[in-house]
Design a binder for this molecule. Sequence first.
Ligand SMILES: [Zn+2]
Length: 295
Amino acid sequence: MTDLSGRRLLLVHAHPDDESINNGATMAKYAAEGAHVTLVTCTLGEEGEVIPPGLRHLAADRDDTLGAHRLGELAAAMKELGVTDHRFLGGPGRYRDSGMMGAPQNDRPGCFWRADLDEAAALLVEVVREVRPQVLVTYDPDGGYGHPDHIQAHRVAMRAADLAAEPAFRRDLGDPHEIAKVYWNCVPLSAVEEGFARLREAGREGDLFPGVAAPSDVPGVVPDEEVTAVVGGSAHAARKAAAMRAHATQIAVDGPFFALSNDLGQPLFDTEYYKLVRGRAGAEREDDLFAGVDG
Ligand SMILES: [Zn+2]
């Protein structure tokens, strides 16, 4: 018998909401199955734009209190997903949101984009050696769509995976641990095309969302053959949607679609896709990130 309670999954994300959008169904599934799911978020998302007009005063260019508010949104989202172990890299507020690529906030002292890579990775090594996950999920080297904090989250996660396994590295941070499998988030082009076709058919463009996003707005789109694992599905769709709704300053959900602050509708994927980049696949097309790890 496979001991499901021994499964440990670590996800590394840039901002509160990225975990629910990218991996909400996967997190809900593994939490429900008794796996230990750990989320590490690298910033509080202080530079996000705010959707509800009544909360726009929270934004960085006004009260600059969005970070504290998003802490609460993340906690509510984790409750929806059944995930109890969620942490911020170095503690809440250790690294600040760097804003979009090219924004003046990229140069602000203390922002995640300016973080020393090894210093930030050491903070994650401590988590890896404590939790001892078999599976790590993060972004591709472009962070899915080029956001500095997503790129940095990728770099920190990959560096930490290396350093955590290195016997000579910082024994004060715990005993060495090698993560068996590392996945990057992705979405196959065919799913993106189908999703946008559904969105157009639904004819709701003028309803909740003033417009429709372009398929190129979806982070991490890859040719179908690059996808190695497919997880989630309708059984976890409601929890994922509820978690996304909990991030109300960032996401507007309408049925199987959602919009970010740009008000452009895009498909909400309850099936989630991954590319295995380290470790051995348990099957040619995996439906379980732990395939080949147990037993
Ligand atoms: Zn993000």
